[in-house]
Design a protein around this ligand. Sequence first.
Ligand code: COA
Length: 169
Amino acid sequence: MSEPSITILPETLDDAAAIERLHERTFGPGRFAKTAYRVREGGGHRLELSFTARIGTLMIGSVRLTPVRVGEAKALLLGPLTVEPPFRQRGIGQALITRALAEAKARDHRLVILVGDEPYYARNGFKRIPKGRATLPGPVDPARMLVCELSDGAFVNVAGPIRPDRDAQ
Ligand SMILES: CC(C)(COP(=O)(O)OP(=O)(O)OC[C@H]1O[C@@H](n2cnc3c(N)ncnc32)[C@H](O)[C@@H]1OP(=O)(O)O)[C@@H](O)C(=O)NCCC(=O)NCCS
């Protein structure tokens, strides 16, 4: 029997509860104390830049993008990225990132940052942020602070604290 196909769709308001359960299963209650979580909560993610992966009606993965500032520069913070354990190693995580980055680029966003494993995200063009150039309001391993330029040179001359962008349109 052939495998059912996987669809990647923009997140909707109706997805909130299922995504919350996915985050609870994946990251547990410790997620609320994470530095990146605190920045995300300060602004709120953008539904049109956030995506779910599904098999039929079953949600099996999610990625979110949240507007932030790095210093004065506008950027998007990627995460959380989660794929349900039975569906990992099939390219779904990569597909979610690829779709989110493409949509961000199509909407003229120039920078995406995240806190995560460089070997994984390097596949999508993320590179380590030079130590000290961008700071988060809490403890983070600097080797896990990554940036992806959606347009050439977008990160040149960008530096400063990362904070929620409450004025983002
Ligand atoms: C990380 C995660 C989203 C990957 O999802 P996925 O759908 O399995 O990823 P893909 O199928 O697109 O990619 C799998 C590849 O990435 C590699 N990979 C997965 N996690 C990795 C990591 N943390 N570091 C380096 N490589 C990693 C796998 O070994 C595999 O490599 P291969 O293609 O050479 O076999 C998933 O494992 C997950 O939900 N993990 C828990 C939550 C998490 O850590 N999220 C990221 C931080 S926000």
